[in-house]
Design a protein around this ligand. Structure first.
Ligand code: ZN
Length: 193
């Protein structure tokens, strides 16, 4: 079940990357909570799709929309923790910021029912009981099909036939199966060589 939850979070990030940060009703429970940490400029919890959208807009008024550079998912049963490297800039100062953030997604009946963000990923891991995992192995995941490699580094992934190219895509991981599917009959386009 929980791997399904990771897949839903992955789809949520895809939707945000495509459509911008906000409520995604098909993946979120109507009673979703948006939980700001106590140290947020606007702390407290917002409720429902409208509350989520308002909280997302409010963050956007302080920082220009995040560009997610890299993201890791941590399966914790009914919860999924996320560590993301993001690029953004302060609207006030126009100073670019590259930072790590942590997020926790709670699930009910296959939909996100609670979303909490933290300025430090360790807070998110702690919140789901994974704090003891100081340096959890990042799983390498295929950008096309979502399958995970046993490899935990780019070099290991390349060793087992994965395409790794972060210069084109911040994730930049394509599994051997998807490489083959993208170019049957042995004719790899240059972009997949
Ligand atoms: Zn794949």
């Amino acid at each position: 079940m929980s791997q399904q939850n990771v897949e839903i979070v992955r789809r949520l990030y895809e939707a945000w990357r495509r459509d911008g940060y906000g409520a995604v009703p098909e993946l979120m429970d109507p009673e979703i909570e948006f939980v700001n940490p106590a140290y947020a400029v606007e702390p407290g919890t917002r409720h429902g799709y409208d509350g989520f959208a308002a909280a997302a807009r409010s963050l956007g008024s302080v920082f220009s929309p995040y560009q997610v550079l890299d993201v890791e998912f941590f399966d914790a049963g009914d919860q999924v923790a996320v560590r993301a490297r993001v690029a953004t800039q302060s609207v006030a100062t126009e100073v670019p910021v590259e930072a790590e953030r942590g997020y926790v997604f709670d699930f009910r009946d296959g939909r996100v029912v609670r979303f909490a963000w933290f300025s430090d990923p360790i807070e998110a891991l702690r919140a789901v009981g994974l704090a003891d995992v100081e340096h959890p192995d990042p799983k390498i995941v295929c950008d096309r099909c979502g399958c995970a490699s046993e490899a935990s580094t780019d070099a290991q992934a390349e060793g087992v036939g994965w395409l790794v190219d972060r210069s084109r895509d911040p994730h930049g991981h394509i599994c051997p199966g998807c490489r083959a599917a993208a170019a049957p009959a042995g004719r790899l386009p240059d972009s997949l060589r």
